[in-house]
Design a protein around this ligand. Structure first.
Ligand code: NAD
Ligand code: 0WE
Length: 260
């Protein structure tokens, strides 16, 4: 993707990103796209990952780099306080955070424990609501909130299990948040991305086979790239998507439209 040929669609806009773990994170390709389009960047990171995230954030001249475990209301409060102190108002919030216990991403969904369900739904879905509540009072008119989803939200994907339930909750939350925040001029959407090799997907049994399966069957006959997702996030973040809210947009080479 030659981003240098793209318009400066986000000049003067400020973007806060949750979910960069390393240079293969989807949040990182989204960040590069938003930054190239002129956005000023801010990042939060899981405390243990500071040494990985800080150098990346500095590459994009980030003005905010804050530790935040999304299970902590205190951490979330501190992160948005930092935004208020540094920026006052901001424009774009990216949620690219998910977690389930490893043992809940294999075997039978029926064996999901109460605690496994709680962890997956809290980190992967409730966190969007917790962020939106704190972000909304700080967001400018025409603000944009973007979350990352996956097809396992609506169809059964082997082993995705409780994460599928969490993504269903996330997509539904996107619609309820869009209804609440629309009156303040804030749009809320999700990108449902096809499988991409990242920290969260590597080590999933059979992941490489899944990539081949999708590339063989998707209308575009290929897997999606990090750039595909970054460009769609740029669209949703910008005024190009000014009339779009509450949507789940598929960046999946068209895989979801196929029946047989
Ligand atoms: P990733 O591992 O790079 O990103 C997941 C992020 O979640 C990491 O940065 C991690 O630090 C963060 N996180 C986990 N627990 C957290 C907590 N308690 N507090 C704060 N942050 C926490 O992997 P990724 O594939 O880039 O995932 C990003 C998003 O994209 C996720 O929502 C994922 O479900 C979604 N997604 C991924 C794919 C794929 O195939 N990789 C496809 C569709 C959607
Ligand atoms: O949302 C995801 C991955 C989310 C994820 C991944 C992990 C791995 C490491 C959440 N929690 C954890 N916990 C860990 O300990 N994706 C869309 C990528 C993904 O994950 C799968 C997939 C796909 C695609 C898991 C099973 C089947 C397919």
């Amino acid at each position: 993707m030659d981003l240098s040929k793209m318009g400066k669609f986000l000049e003067g806009k400020k973007a806060l990103i949750f979910g960069v773990a390393n240079e293969r994170s989807i949040a990182w390709s989204i960040s590069k796209a938003l930054s190239e389009a002129g956005a000023t960047m801010g990042f939060t990171y899981v405390p243990a990952l500071e040494s990985r995230v800080r150098p990346l954030a500095e590459q994009l001249n980030a003005e905010i780099i804050e530790p935040c475990d999304v299970t902590s209301d205190e951490d979330l409060d501190k992160s948005f306080k930092a935004v208020e102190d540094k920026w006052g108002k901001f424009d774009i919030l990216v949620h690219a955070v998910a977690f389930a216990n490893r043992e809940d991403l294999e075997g039978r969904f029926v064996d999901t424990s109460r605690e496994g369900w709680r962890i997956a739904l809290e980190i992967s879905a409730y966190s969007l609501v917790a962020m939106a509540k704190r972000a909304a009072p700080l967001m400018n008119e025409n603000g944009s909130i973007i979350a990352m989803s996956y097809y396992g939200a609506e169809k059964v994907i082997p082993n995705y299990n409780v994460m599928g339930v969490a993504k269903s909750a996330l997509e539904s939350s996107v619609r309820y948040l869009a209804a609440d925040l629309g009156v303040e001029g804030i749009r809320v959407n999700a990108i449902s991305a096809g499988p991409i090799k990242t920290l969260a997907s590597s080590g999933i049994a059979g992941f490489k086979k899944m990539l081949g399966y999708v590339a063989d069957r998707a209308p575009l006959r290929r897997n999606v790239t990090q750039e595909d997702v970054g460009l769609n996030a740029l669209y949703l973040a910008s005024d190009l998507a000014s009339g779009v809210t509450g949507e789940v947009i598929y960046v999946d080479s068209g895989y979801n439209i196929t029946g047989m």
